[in-house]
Design a protein around this ligand. Structure first.
Ligand code: SF4
Length: 149
């Protein structure tokens, strides 16, 4: 019998939202369900993903995927509280562990820290940026710009 039994057709990709800045955010929207989360880590108030954890996450997440494409989703709190050097390290590790797979990145941000340098970084690296805009964030922006509402 030439038929080869393969389980690959039954395996589906799965997605994990990584939170490299934990629940930290530069806004404090009254309805935010992350506000109370800062109480979860009294021993680590910075809530930042360490370099060791980042490498382990990227290596194991890629290795655990069944398909040829791997999607990373970076969420907050506010993701841009981490530096561009942090995300450059992300890209470096993804290349190291890709093993021939296509890697995609999407990142969610409230947009208040976006500037030309961030936009250039995302454009250069082909990242999908999910901009979350709501009334609170818009009010914050207008306050920063001292534009009357
Ligand atoms: S922008 Fe999002 S993460 Fe930040 S305080 Fe508001 S709802 Fe929470």
């Amino acid at each position: 019998m030439d038929e080869i039994l393969s389980y690959r057709q039954y395996v589906r990709p799965f997605y994990v939202m990584a939170k490299p800045a934990g629940a930290r955010c530069n806004l404090r929207c009254t309805y935010c369900y992350y506000l109370e989360k800062s109480n979860l880590y009294p021993a680590a108030p910075a809530q930042t993903m360490s370099d060791e954890l980042l490498e382990r996450f990227i290596r194991d997440y890629i290795a655990a995927q069944a398909g040829d494409a791997v999607s990373f989703a970076w969420h907050g709190g506010e993701t841009l509280l981490r530096s561009r050097d942090f995300y450059r390290r992300v890209i470096e590790l993804q290349r190291r562990y890709a093993d021939g797979r296509q890697i995609d990145n999407s990142i969610q941000t409230n947009g208040t820290l976006l500037d030309d340098a961030w936009c250039e970084f995302f454009r250069e690296n082909g990242w999908l940026v999910k901009l979350i805009i709501d009334k609170i964030a818009v009010d914050f922006e207008l306050q920063q710009l001292e534009i009357p509402r």
